[in-house]
Structures are given as structure tokens and as C-alpha cells.
Design a protein around this ligand. Structure first.
Ligand SMILES: Cc1cc2nc3c(=O)[nH]c(=O)nc-3n(C[C@H](O)[C@H](O)[C@H](O)COP(=O)(O)O)c2cc1C
Length: 173
């Protein structure tokens, strides 16, 4: 979802969205995330200037940067930090949809140049990873969900099938 009208997103809506983000599971409940919410159009434009792949950012009502800190994650693991923040991000995306808004993940991590830009514009310390820049806005209605469900991923030249879903049951054992 990345076609937005440009309308604002209210503080109450943003609070609800962040609550959904914080409700996500984290390894050993460490909650290594933090969230930067930007509604100021000038600041969003500053972010956009260094994020050429952030399609739709010009019409977003707000952007949320989901940050994560390996130091605060289980086993001080960067992997856990990224997994935990990704789950919070997905909850944010689901909450926007459920509220009749639109949400769209745009990249920061793992691109050094993008993370540096986001840190510089928002004053985020180096130990903190800005995982993404999630665009939030009022949808124009032109984006339609993509059909992604597929039992068979591809069929090879010799007719062999590559499946996306594998059922294991007693017969397979
Ligand atoms: C790690 C990650 C990075 C992404 N980076 C970008 C991005 O920089 N720009 C963008 O427009 N979309 C980005 N996306 C969104 C994907 O392009 C999008 O989810 C995918 O095309 C499927 O479309 P859908 O989410 O509308 O179903 C990113 C998604 C993920 C998970």
C-alpha cells in the first residue's frame, strides 16, 4: 500500500498503531525496539531526499521509523534485535490496514547509506539500528492486495514441481 492522499494521520491513530507494534512478541520479552514518529512534512521531505526507494513518501501522512538495539536484545544478538523489530513492524502494517489506513515498509537496514541518512536527519545514535521507514497514510484506494498464495511455486522443464507448502504426515515418515 503506497498510494496515499496526503491527508494527515491523527495522534490518536498513531498511538493505536504504536500500541500494536509494541504488542508483538520479542525473544525473552526483551523489547529492544523504539519508534520514531515523524509527522512534520519538512522532516519527512528531508528523509525522502536520501531515500530514493521510498515510493509514496511524498503523500504519507506520517512515517514511523522502527529502531532496534542489539545491546538490548536477547544475548545482545543483532539477529534477535532485527527479528523482534520486524515483528513489531508487521504488527504496525496490520494495524494500519485494520484501521482503514495504509502502511508501507520502505528500506533503511541493511543499507549503510540509508541508515546513515536516517540517523543524521533524526539524530539517532550509532548503536541504534533504524530498521525501516514505514509510510502511514490515508489510502487513495487504487492499491489492491497482491495475490500471493501459491501451492506450486514453479514447474520445471521436465515437469518437476517446486512446492511452496510441504505437508508432513504419517505417510511421509
Ligand atoms: C525488507 C523490506 C524492504 C523493503 N523496501 C522497500 C523500499 O525501499 N521501497 C518500497 O517501495 N517498498 C519496499 N518494500 C515493500 C515491498 O516492495 C513490498 O512489500 C512487496 O513488493 C510486496 O508488496 P505488498 O506489500 O503490497 O504486498 C520493502 C519490504 C521489505 C520487507
Amino acid at each position: 500500500m503506497k498510494s496515499f492522499t496526503g491527508a494527515a494521520v491523527s495522534p490518536e491513530q498513531l498511538d493505536k498503531i504504536i500500541r500494536a507494534g509494541m504488542a508483538a512478541p520479542t525473544a525473552v520479552n526483551k523489547q529492544p525496539w523504539s519508534f520514531v514518529i515523524v509527522t512534520d512534512k519538512k522532516k519527512i521531505d528531508e528523509l525522502a531526499a536520501g531515500l530514493p526507494t521510498a515510493r509514496g513518501i511524498d503523500k504519507a501522512g506520517a512515517v514511523i521509523i522502527v529502531c532496534t538495539e542489539p545491546n538490548k536484545a536477547y544475548l545482545q544478538s543483532k539477529d534477535f534485535a532485527i527479528i523482534d523489530a520486524s515483528l513489531a513492524s508487521e504488527n504496525i502494517l496490520l494495524a494500519t490496514e485494520a484501521m482503514g489506513l495504509g502502511g508501507h515498509w520502505t528500506a533503511s537496514y541493511p543499507y549503510e547509506d540509508k541508515m546513515k541518512h536516517v540517523r543524521t536527519v533524526l539524530g539517532i545514535p550509532t548503536g541504534v539500528i533504524p530498521l525501516n521507514v514505514i509510510l502511514v497514510g490515508v489510502p487513495t484506494g487504487e492499491d489492491k492486495p497482491k495475490e500471493k498464495y501459491q501451492r506450486i511455486k514453479s514447474i520445471g522443464e521436465n515437469g518437476s514441481q517446486r512446492n511452496s507448502i510441504h505437508f508432513h504426515n504419517a505417510k511421509n515418515d
